[in-house]
Design a protein around this ligand. Structure first.
Ligand code: ADP
Ligand code: MG
Ligand code: MG
Length: 851
């Protein structure tokens, strides 16, 4: 593997070697697009540099010099020649890291080449301007000199000649670095390449990689490319455009450009650019040419492209293309449209959608009616789709974790990344829809309003004014990333609706996936939502959650508090009726899809009354004195409720509870059938750890069900099975399988008990594990395949050794996590079950893992 490749030598090499930017330039060159020539220092060269103790080896220096020689021949220009070669030095990691690393433009200039260039272009102003910019960029990026200082010099030098300003610039360089400004282009380029290698390890790049789970060891490539000048004359300019609208997904060119401007002017958000639409009138031929290149790039890559271009003296050059970042909504529309336009296959479309960002598709907009009467503060540009409500915060370091805040900044710099990731939404005063803030926000799937120039942030950084209105830090505002609107106060948010494209997309996913996707539904409302999203049944109905609603909780409390069988039977009677109402509604709504009901698993601490008032109320209900209730509560209090008297352990002490529940389920099903419905019933016993325990409970339940059959003189089919949520259950899964019709892995508790980490307490320390790189991911979010997974695999194998066709599913939170779904799919599970709102995400993830 060579250190250096010319664009026309690198075809076929991977992104991992050439970096994303470099690989795409090589490819565009190959298909004949107008690309300035260049060369690439590979990620291998970068790693060699790190290996060589952050020093360019003799060998590497030789390779770079040879590369430059070839580039000189290709371009017909020479470093310091009559026709001087000027280049940009650009970083390009294998994974796009927008704004994370730096680019140096106009390298190759010195006092000598400046004169030659002036002779050649007859444009002194232009040449000196790019020289100044070069010194400034070089000093900043290679030597870390603050750009501010150069800007100040320029401000105070209005009366001075260019030559004098350049002298002052170089003077500053000398003062700040203790070195003379390097005049020799070869020396310049070696220093520039080296500094880009180094920038891989700067603080903001590290944070970005951490936030995005990007591999630290990858290294960056460096692109050295012949300069073209967007600031050459009035027929020159520079711009950025997406082949489709990245906020809405609409099939239309979307972008911005500036005439007589160079490179970063747009992305940095320094000057406010024009919409690409205006180019149609200003430079119609170029517009047409660009449009056709945009279309062909989209076809070539089979994805929406984000393209950077420059026009020099009426000639168009493409400087970069990459798959464009887009809002979650847009990603669906683009995927579906591109299939319907015959650009990509359905499989590719499915893989194109990032499941991590999907949740927003479903919780996207303001409640229309709630906007009425809210104070409209002003309007910026739509930076990133979505809506957000939160307290105003004016600097990143004031954000506290867990607080809902809107970060308001003049412009965001990469240093703000951490703050942006914590904020609910972002507002910037400067910059367009392609500025750093907007790009990063879209990547994070965060609502963002950019370019709101009406905002004036006070120098105290304690408030801002907008159209005469003063907004103090800490006040609540609501922002709309679809149209840029900003309001005072909190506007209600509305759940997203299923667009036509989304419905079509989900249909494709359903055709392709093999895993069944069920919902965790505790109420009839849950069933309506989940089924609407395409759930194929209930994988988990937590009967205790049915009682979280309004007054029902009192009956559960009554049952728990009861200390005689009579009292408990009285409470159970009430519960039976309440449960039946809900079960029947749910069965009817399911229309024959399976319903898996988990018998009661109430950790006492979640149910017992906590306040004085509630204790009073319960005392009145039960016609007992509050003292008695209090002492019963004390009796029931557990040191460790998560490992206490819960789940099936309750049914060992009070068998009548599960028997009542089984009765409620079976009676509901028989009645539902009688009313013309059909049903598929699964009854699930939680927290089983031993086989005798299971047998004892099973016997009681079977007896009760037989009784119901006799009473009703009618039988129905049902399955009785267990939740697998304790390590011991997994270890003796063959014994359990003898008695159980199915295994449903409760991965929340299984993770909790395997790790010995209480889920409720883990928030207090898991972040430290992550920050110190001791844990990559929170095991409660994504299944721990190495540890917990081993128990799952073992249980599955033991179970199948006894019952080859035993049905196997998951009903923990992991059932809605794309990474975990992929794992369960590989293991050959029958189904996953997750909360109703995650059902579509699980459907997409299942389809992706089936491709
Ligand atoms: P980033 O990774 O931050 O997008 P780039 O390497 O793309 O950085 O450089 C930023 C900008 O500099 C580009 O958008 C382009 O406008 C300008 N630029 C880079 N190389 C050249 C070049 N060879 N000629 C003209 N402009 C260039
Ligand atoms: Mg940059
Ligand atoms: Mg770029």
């Amino acid at each position: 593997m060579k250190n250096i490749y010319l664009f026309n030598e690198g075809y076929g090499l991977e992104k991992m070697i050439l970096g994303g930017k470099g690989a795409n330039l090589v490819e565009m060159k190959k298909i004949g697009l107008p690309i300035p020539n260049g060369l690439i220092a590979t990620t291998v060269a970068c790693k060699n540099y790190f290996k060589n103790e952050n020093c360019l080896s003799e060998n590497m220096i030789k390779d770079i010099k040879e590369g430059i020689k070839k580039l000189e021949i290709e371009t017909g220009k020479e470093f310091e020649g009559e026709n001087p070669l000027l280049v940009s030095v650009r970083s390009g990691a294998p994974v796009s890291m927008p704004g994370m690393m730096d680019t140096i433009l106009n390298l190759g200039l010195n006092d000598n080449t400046v004169q030659k260039l002036i002779e050649k272009t007859k444009n002194e102003k232009f040449v000196y301007e790019i020289y100044l910019r070069f010194i400034e960029m070089f000093a900043e990026i290679v030597k870390g000199v603050s750009r501010e200082k150069f800007v100040k010099i320029k401000e105070y030098s209005k009366e001075k000649t260019y030559k004098e300003i350049i002298e002052t610039f170089k003077g500053l360089y000398w003062i700040e670095t203790g070195e003379f400004f390097p005049e020799n282009p070869e020396e310049q380029i070696l220093m520039a390449i080296e500094s880009i290698f180094k920038s891989w390890n700067n603080e903001r790049a590290k944070i970005y990689r951490q936030l995005n789970n990007i591999d630290e060891s990858m290294g960056t490539a460096v692109v050295v490319q012949e300069m073209v000048f967007g600031n050459f004359n009035e027929l020159s300019g520079t711009g950025v455009a997406f082949t489709r609208n990245p906020s809405t997904g609409e099939n239309e060119l979307f972008g911005e450009y500036l005439l007589e401007a160079q490179g970063e002017d747009i992305v940095a958000g320094i000057r406010t650019p024009h919409s690409i639409e205006t180019m149609k009138n200003q430079l119609p031929n170029i517009y047409e040419e660009f449009l056709s290149i945009a279309k062909s790039l989209e076809k070539h890559y089979g994805d929406m492209q984000d393209i950077e271009f420059t026009i020099e003296d009426g000639k168009l050059f493409i400087l970069q293309t990459r798959n464009g970042k887009r809002s979650p909504n847009a990603s669906i529309k683009i995927a579906v449209d591109m299939v319907n336009e015959n650009i990509i296959t359905k499989e590719k479309a499915i893989l194109m959608v990032d499941t991590e960002l999907l949740p927003q598709v479903f919780n996207g907009t303001f409640e229309e009616a709630d906007i009425v009467g809210k104070k409209f503060l002003g309007k910026g540009l739509p930076g990133s789709a979505g809506v957000a409500v939160g307290k105003v915060v004016l600097s990143t370091d004031k954000i506290k974790e867990g607080e809902s805040v809107i970060l308001v900044r003049v412009e965001t710099s990469p240093e703000d990344i951490k703050g942006m990731s914590l904020a609910k939404g972002i507002v910037t005063v400067k910059g367009g829809a392609t500025s750093h803030g907007a790009v990063v926000a879209r990547g994070m799937g965060k609502c963002c309003v950019t370019g709101c120039e009406e905002i004036k942030i006070d120098s105290s950084e304690e408030f801002f004014t907008i159209n005469g209105e003063r907004v103090q830090e800490g006040e609540i505002i609501s922002i709309n990333g679809y149209n840029g609107d900003i309001y005072k106060g909190a506007i209600k948010l509305k759940m997203g609706e299923l667009s036509e494209e989304l419905k079509e997309f989900l249909e494709w996913c359903k055709e392709i996936k093999t895993l069944e996707v069920r919902m965790n539904a505790d109420t009839p409302t849950d069933v309506i939502v989940g089924k609407g999203f395409g759930a194929e049944g209930i994988g988990l109905c937590r009967t205790e959650h049915m009682f979280f609603e309004d007054e029902k909780i009192w009956s559960v409390r009554e049952m728990i508090i009861a200390n005689t069988k009579e009292d408990r039977d009285k409470a159970l009677e009430k519960l039976l009726e309440l449960q039946k109402i809900d079960f029947k509604k749910m069965l009817h709504k399911l229309g024959g899809l399976p319903m898996n009901v988990r018998l009661l698993d109430p950790p006492f601490h979640e149910f017992l009354p906590k306040t004085e008032k509630d204790i009073q109320k319960l005392a009145v209900l039960l016609e007992k004195c509050p003292k008695e209730i209090e002492s019963r509560i004390k009796e029931l209090k557990e040191e460790n409720p998560m490992l206490g008297h819960r789940g099936c352990r309750l049914a060992i002490t009070f068998p009548e509870i599960y028997e009542m529940q089984a009765r409620a389920i079976i009676e509901s099903a028989i009645e539902c059938k009688g009313e013309g419905g059909s049903c598929e019933i699964e009854i699930m016993i939680p927290f089983i750890g031993g086989i005798s325990e299971f047998k004892y409970i099973k016997e009681g339940i079977l007896k009760e069900i037989e009784k119901v059959f006799e009473e009703k003189n009618e039988k129905i089919d049902y399955k009785l099975g267990t939740m697998m949520e304790l390590p011991r259950a997994c270890l003796i899964a063959n014994e359990i399988a003898e008695e159980s019709a199915f295994f449903s892995f409760g991965t929340n508790d299984l993770t909790q008990t395997t790790y010995g980490i209480s889920r409720d307490d883990s928030i207090k320390f898991i972040d430290h594990y992550k920050a110190k790189n001791i844990m990559k991911r929170d095991p409660f979010q994504s299944i721990d395949t190495r540890g917990v997974g081993k128990l799952i695999v073992l249980a599955k194998e033991l179970g199948q050794s006894v019952k080859p066709n035993i049905k196997i599913g998951v009903c923990g939170e992991h059932g809605g996590d794309p990474k975990s779904i992929e794992y369960f799919n590989e293991l050959g599970f029958n189904y996953v079950s997750c909360s109703p709102f995650r059902v579509p995400i699980a459907i997409v993830a299942s389809a992706q893992s089936a491709i």
